[in-house]
Design a protein around this ligand. Structure first.
Ligand SMILES: [Zn+2]
Ligand SMILES: [Zn+2]
Length: 445
């Protein structure tokens, strides 16, 4: 199969260039030229052509919580959001702490997946923080990182052992930073809003204290560490200072930490309940500043689907987390690129090549020979995001009804279309765009 993507504005995170040119795909990989006439021409005029997005932090819920999401629905959600690669965090049931579960996830993803799934193995058996998991066997089976995400690694000694052991297999350790003694029984950020709502708060130092610990461990061992979902000013500052000292630490944030504050919890809105909790406007600004100066390397979704029954209950009882795969693109473009915080290419780097580098994957660029993962986007499209339109099984999002700009219109995984807005929409706009695309295709072919 030979594919030509013609006339789009190609955003190349490697060269940093955005230019109008054609992209060629043959046998599922990028190539500099085709060996014959294309079998398929995708007209990308007016669209931006981006390497397939990569989500370094995602909960697919399989095995064990398929009523929330599974590999099939989660990767459909990914494809619709422009992602071609997602990780799967290990806090499933049973926990992904052994090679058999890693292999099961990989084979299910190959059969049913609309995106590449890179499993992350638990750091400790059962994520209990007592005994190291079989990291070596899981590495052989195909994990790309180690994490007890969903929970912190409470003991500093256990974190040190995890980093030392994971390093033998060249696997990054991803840390969910939370001091459980400080966070104890809290439901949202500790501050004015929690006081007004009469809810027990979680002080932001519950995150930053562990960020500081982990930066110091990475410095002491001189081993890489990746900090998950950075949400507050003090954490950004700890990572910034560590990076200045040359500590091999990297970090991520999620769209909710640069678009929302704890004000979103007002009215006991459980859709704004997450861990770490939404913080203040000052923290949100610090996260944006961290993205700008590179303290925060990448944007992940922390896609955390939950069943309706787990969210439509009393705030204190509701589960933490929101879905993120189908809003990340529009939120990032609208809230980081449009206001000029990040250039288009810097933003794209944080969702393509940076996560690829940190996860040790040869993905996230248009280099010849690499898997032909592509996201086509219409950056002029403004639209109302509707939770009921999600491909995810879950509906827990605080963004229902938000006006967003920047729409994913097509996603290709190794040259195969995994999502097409044109196919999905039977609206006049969709029909028109689809027929234009078809016309162009027949002309070109
Ligand atoms: Zn986490
Ligand atoms: Zn998570």
């Amino acid at each position: 199969m030979r594919i030509k993507i013609s006339g789009g504005r190609v955003c190349d995170p490697l060269s940093g260039q955005i230019e109008e040119k054609d992209i060629y795909i043959e046998k599922g990989v990028f190539t500099l030229q085709l060996s014959g006439d294309p079998d398929q021409v995708i007209d990308a005029a007016g669209l931006h052509v981006i390497p397939g997005l990569i989500d370094a932090h995602c909960h697919l819920r399989e095995p064990g919580f398929e009523y929330r999401e599974d590999i099939e629905s989660g990767t459909k959600s990914a494809a619709k959001g422009g992602f071609t690669t997602v990780t799967s965090m290990p806090n499933t049931m049973p926990v992904c702490d052994n090679a058999a579960i890693v292999s099961a996830i990989i084979s299910k993803a190959k059969q049913k997946g609309s995106a590449r799934v890179l499993p992350i193995g638990a750091a400790s058996k059962g994520q209990k923080g007592q005994e190291l998991a079989e990291i070596g066997l899981m590495a052989e089976a195909g994990i790309v990182a180690v994490s007890d995400d969903g929970r912190p690694v409470e003991s500093s000694d256990m974190m040190k052992k995890t980093m030392l052991y994971a390093a033998q297999f060249k696997l990054p350790v991803i840390s969910h930073c939370e001091d459980l003694s400080l966070a104890a029984d809290g439901h949202m950020n500790e501050g004015l809003v929690s006081t007004m709502m009469g809810l027990r708060g979680i002080p932001s130092v519950a995150e930053s204290a562990v960020v500081a610990r982990d930066c110091l461990l990475a410095e002491y061992l001189n081993l890489p560490l990746h900090i998950a979902h950075v949400s507050c000013r003090a954490s950004v500052e700890q990572i910034r200072q560590a990076k200045k000292r040359g500590v091999p630490v990297t970090s991520e944030t999620c769209p909710h930490y640069f678009t929302l504050t704890d004000e979103a919890c007002q009215g006991f809105n459980t859709m704004a309940k997450m861990n770490p909790p939404l913080q203040t406007a000052d923290d949100r600004q610090a996260v944006i500043d961290g993205l700008i100066d590179g303290t925060i390397d990448l944007i992940a979704t922390d896609h955390a689907p939950h069943h309706r029954d787990e969210k439509e209950i009393e705030f204190a009882l509701a589960n933490n987390g929101i879905t993120g795969l189908e809003t990340a693109f529009g939120l990032g473009f609208q809230y980081l690129v449009e206001p000029g915080h990040l250039t288009l290419i810097d933003w794209i780097r944080k969702m393509t090549i940076r996560p690829a580098e940190i996860l040790g994957q040869k993905l996230g660029s248009f280099e010849a020979g690499r898997p032909a993962d592509v996201t086509l986007a219409d950056l002029n499209a403004s639209y109302t995001f509707c939770a009921d339109d999600m491909a995810s099984k879950a509906r827990n999002t605080p963004y229902d009804g938000w006006q967003l700009k920047g729409r994913v219109v097509m996603t290709l995984l190794e040259g195969k279309t995994t999502y097409s807005w044109y196919d999905e929409k039977d609206s006049d706009v969709g029909k028109k765009a689809a027929s234009e695309a078809l016309d162009a295709e027949s002309e070109d072919a």
